[in-house]
Design a binder for this molecule. Structure first.
Ligand SMILES: Nc1ncnc2c1ncn2[C@@H]1O[C@H](COP(=O)(O)OP(=O)(O)O)[C@@H](O)[C@H]1O
Ligand SMILES: [Mg+2]
Length: 424
């Protein structure tokens, strides 16, 4: 089978790493990929959002399956463009991608389909939105831009002044451009967050093990939010009972709703959940694998990933059971000093091969923001590497991951030292 992965981050490296081991694989490509991905796939110099070039190239190269990593090409309609040429795609069309591409669409449908989520209201007018804040009696409130905002469109405001500032920035200041044409004002929930992913073939689901990520840049979850500074799988709070409840209360109504809306969703649905003793609520849906959750989930998959993705893309899951390792996995993200603010790039990275070798087959270093200069891997982004380890017990996995992190050197390396602490 000839497979193309679209994207260039740590998530795509983890997907490539796993797919490369499939006996059904003939040849793996990645567009545009990164130097880590180049070790297991052939990189193609086409950007992930260049729909026309990607489609033409996939037709010419007789690609059997395209796996789309990031959300933007899905929202732009990459899957539709490829399917129109008869190519199988793992990833929803424009219609299904609205689940992530429009938070207003997603929230309104959650309400309609009976999926538990925080109370909310939608505004496109600043003074009406500001007026609505009085209902929160000076307490915390959440403001969300409707469209894609690279993970920066949600502001959890501690009170009305901060909330009003966020409304102003989005609706008047146009901080996110048209993605902020509309805002959601939402009840602030408390509890613990869990990510639950399910593969979907349009009719049925295969639920993946849970994961938890660390969004904040600083230890103890302090400081500004990032794309994710680390993750671990499974999440200890995600009990058997909670898994059942998530299936019953979230995924099955979602599946029914999608069917009702005539959306044939073939890809992965990521539910961001807020869990407390009393309640389970959906914070958001994403329509692609999480980054860095994927780096912590895929090493635990014993089964071959390729036939699963093909079956989802073909709209036909075969009933074969999917097997998982019981061993927990941890991914520690190594970033560039300064991220998520401005940072320098181009520093030589050493020690990746040594870190993997010392891990004895249960350490994988997934590359994200890296580039190749004169045959040397250098830093090229905010999140540089996802150093992942797995072991019989979580403390062992954490220790192994940090051992690997310490073996890797580059100027301005920054990482959190407390990844998975909540689970320990
Ligand atoms: N209703 C809410 N109550 C409390 N926290 C929230 C709420 N909605 C979102 N958050 C917080 O904001 C983060 C980002 O929100 P999310 O809906 O996941 O959007 P995105 O990932 O697109 O930025 C969540 O991970 C959560 O920590
Ligand atoms: Mg989120």
């Amino acid at each position: 089978m000839r497979v193309l992965i679209v994207g260039s981050g740590g998530r795509e490296h983890a997907l490539a790493w796993k797919l490369a081991g499939s006996p059904q694989l003939e040849k793996l490509f990645c567009a545009p990929g990164n130097p880590g991905i180049a070790r297991v796939a052939e990189n193609i110099a086409i950007e992930a959002e260049d729909l026309k070039c990607l489609t033409d190239w996939a037709v010419r190269e007789k690609i059997d399956l395209v796996v789309v990593g990031p959300e933007m090409p899905l929202v732009l309609g990459l899957a539709d463009s490829l399917r129109a040429k008869g190519i199988k795609v793992f990833g929803p069309g424009k219609d299904g991608a609205l689940l992530e591409g429009s938070k207003v669409w997603a929230k309104r449908n959650m309400k309609k389909w009976g999926i538990p989520t925080a109370e909310f209201a939608v505004f496109d007018n600043f003074s009406e939105a500001r007026h609505h804040l009085s209902r929160f009696y000076g307490g915390p409130v959440v403001i969300k831009a409707d469209g894609l905002a690279a993970g920066k469109g949600v502001i959890v405001a501690s009170g009305p002044a901060e909330a009003e500032q966020a409304l102003y920035d989005i609706l008047i200041g146009r901080a996110f451009g048209p993605a902020g044409d509309r805002v959601i004002i939402e009840q602030c929930l408390s509890g613990e967050e869990v990510s639950v992913l399910a593969l979907c073939d349009g009719k049925e689901l295969v639920m993946l093990p849970s994961a938890q990520d660390h969004k904040a840049i600083g230890e103890n979850d302090r400081g500004p939010n990032t794309g994710g500074m680390g993750a671990y799988s499974p999440a200890p709070i995600y009990s058997e009972a909670l898994a059942l409840k998530t299936r019953q209360d979230v995924f099955l109504p979602l599946l029914n709703g999608l069917r009702e809306a005539k959306i044939d969703f073939r890809g992965v649905i990521y539910a961001g959940l807020m869990v407390s003793a009393e309640q389970l609520n959906v914070l958001e849906f994403n329509v692609r694998f999480g980054d860095p959750e994927t780096q912590a989930i895929l090493p635990r998959l014993k089964s071959d990933l390729l036939p699963l993705l093909v079956a989802a893309a073909a709209g036909d899951f075969n009933q074969s059971a999917v097997e998982w390792l019981a061993d927990p996995a941890v991914c520690v993200v190594m970033a560039s000093m300064g991220y998520p603010g401005p940072y320098e790039k181009g520093f030589a990275i050493s020690g990746i091969a040594e870190a993997e070798a010392a891990g004895g087959g249960s350490v994988a270093v997934f590359q994200a923001g890296t580039a190749l200069t004169n045959n040397q891997v250098v830093t090229a982004g905010g999140r540089v590497l996802g150093v992942t380890a797995w072991d019989k017990e979580l403390p062992g996995a954490v220790a192994k991951a940090y051992q690997a992190v310490e073996a890797i050197k580059y100027e301005g390396a920054y990482y959190r030292r407390d990844i998975a602490y909540r689970a320990l």
